[in-house]
Write a protein that binds this ligand. Structure first.
Ligand SMILES: Cc1cc2nc3c(=O)[nH]c(=O)nc-3n(C[C@H](O)[C@H](O)[C@H](O)COP(=O)(O)OP(=O)(O)OC[C@H]3O[C@@H](n4cnc5c(N)ncnc54)[C@H](O)[C@@H]3O)c2cc1C
Length: 472
């Protein structure tokens, strides 16, 4: 890449990276935005893709398209593996890109707190791939439950466990409870919707830990309301997750569908910045958002540990990321013109979480809302913040459809044929480990083998072994 003028490299096309790029549109500099995905993702609506309310394309927009009209911006798709501050360059799997100023905004990844092996049984909700994977698993579980004859297996297929009672966990649990009732009632003939169990596990003594007591209590009341009936386990820690289910607080919950919403940590890129990090791996930034030892490297959004306001660490939310991305750009423009840098001031727009149809909590300064009004506010704000006009129309149409028709529009199962076939094999030969292996995918094999012998899935294998023994 040739260089006639200063180059600002932005890593990450999320809320912070895009805001930085947009704010630099009139800067006398070349802007290069690098992202490992080709799309900007509206993460707040990911749970609706995971629960078949929205299509993936409704909440994502190609980054190239979003910046196509910005003359000084170029987009590069690639995964950055390290940052070399000494040589002012970022290193990708495919080569290096030099910078004069750098904005690091690569966000967070799921954190399993040392239990990385839980990931295969309890995926998180951070990417479109994870959301569509969860959707597929949920819909396949319903398909399997429709014809399953073993009551224990039906129970496992219709039990959903969400680990983590923050906004993502609460939203996911509420939506699962509703989809179970809506879709099962109308589309399936054999499954009793009353049999769907959604269990929400939280280590703290309240849901939505970052919100006020009133909002937390209201969220608990709304999510356990008989229309949803989510079983909430507070003060409960998960000790094991396997293909069979979850062990938490001394109880074993048989479940084929576990979702991890219990924690995030910084993208591994910060480890290469050679700067002080906090416990979650976030870079500790100055009030002006750059690294203490390098005025040319800014870290913004979820990845920044910013603790200079009076209210403590800033929340990892989209408004924080957008404001910080834009502010880093303002400071880079000042540097390009030789002017003084300004400290970042956060404008708190409040927090909200939706729980389900006509149920939510919201707080902004002294204002506290719950129930229907909070839900309307949630819908409106999320629609406004969604990037792209086409997406807003698509999301609005889907919401109106599901509100009026009480149905979810995105219920297609898109899976490799083998995975679909696995379900059939499972039913043609209910005791066959091969069928189960296809269905729960090959990497669950070990856990399936570890199941107690009385488990329905292994019954056929046990019988076969007994026959073999008798024969010999
Ligand atoms: C399920 C969920 C629900 C949420 N709900 C809300 C909500 O209701 N309201 C709210 O305000 N906030 C919500 N948030 C938080 C909000 O989404 C984040 O605070 C925000 O996305 C942070 O923006 P960011 O730009 O820092 O990071 P991100 O938006 O995560 O963007 C990071 C970008 O960096 C890219 N990237 C990562 N690693 C690399 C690499 N090595 N090389 C190249 N590119 C890379 C990624 O592909 C991504 O595009 C939610 C988050 C989740 C996960």
């Amino acid at each position: 890449m040739s260089r006639d003028r200063p180059r600002v490299v932005i890593l990450g096309g999320g809320f912070a990276g895009l805001a930085a790029a947009n704010k630099l549109s009139r800067a006398d500099a070349d802007v290069v935005l690098i992202d490992k995905k080709n799309h900007h993702l509206f993460q707040p609506l990911l749970y609706q893709v995971a629960t078949a309310g929205l299509n993936p394309a409704d909440i994502a927009s190609p980054i190239r398209g979003l910046l196509s009209r910005q003359k000084n911006a170029r987009v590069m798709m690639g995964s950055v593996v390290s940052i070399n501050r000494a040589h002012r360059r970022v290193e990708l799997e495919t080569g290096n890109v030099e910078y004069d100023y750098l904005v690091v905004a690569t966000g967070m990844v799921n954190n399993y707190f040392g239990h990385d092996d839980w990931e295969e049984h309890a995926p998180g909700l951070k990417t479109l791939e994870e959301a569509t994977g969860l959707r597929r698993k949920m819909l396949l579980a319903f398909e399997a439950a429709e014809f399953e004859e073993d009551p224990d297996e039906v129970k496992a297929l219709l039990t959903f466990v969400v680990v983590g009672g923050g906004p993502t966990g609460v939203e996911m649990a509420g939506a699962l409870a509703e989809i179970g009732k809506e879709v099962l009632r109308s589309d399936f003939k054999n499954i009793n919707p009353e049999k769907v169990r959604v269990i929400l596990i939280e280590g703290q003594d309240k849901l939505l830990g970052a919100m006020t007591e009133e909002s937390s209590e209201s969220a608990l009341e709304q999510i356990t309301h008989p229309s949803r009936n989510v079983e909430v386990r507070l003060n409960t820690f998960v000790s094991e997750i396997s293909a069979r289910g979850v062990e938490a607080g001394g109880e074993f919950i048989l479940s084929r569908h576990v979702i991890w919403a219990a924690g995030l940590k910084a993208s591994p890129l910060t480890a290469t910045l050679n700067t002080e990090l906090d416990r979650a791996g976030r870079a500790i930034v100055t009030p002006r958002l750059h690294l203490p030892e390098d005025e040319r490297v800014y870290v913004v959004g979820d990845l920044a540990h910013f603790d200079h306001d009076h209210n403590g660490l800033l929340p990892g939310l989209a408004p924080t990321a957008m404001q910080q991305g834009a502010h880093a750009a303002v400071n880079i423009k000042a540097q390009l013109k030789g002017r003084a840098l300004k400290p970042f001031k956060f404008f708190d727009k409040g927090t909200m979480a939706t729980i389900g149809r006509k149920a939510a909590v919201a707080e902004a300064g002294p204002l506290q809302l719950s129930g229907f009004i909070a839900w309307l506010a949630w819908l409106f704000i999320h629609l406004m913040f969604l990037v792209g006009f086409r997406n807003r129309i698509a999301v609005l149409t889907n919401w109106v459809y599901s509100y009026v028709a009480m149905r979810r529009s995105a219920r297609l199962i898109v899976a490799p044929e083998q995975e679909m076939l696995g379900r059939r094999v499972l039913h043609e030969a209910p005791g066959s480990l091969d069928g189960a292996r296809d269905f729960f995918s090959a990497h669950d094999e070990k856990s399936l083998r570890d199941m107690p012998e009385e488990d329905g899935l292994l019954r056929g294998e046990k019988e076969a072994q007994e026959k073999e023994k008798a024969a010999s």
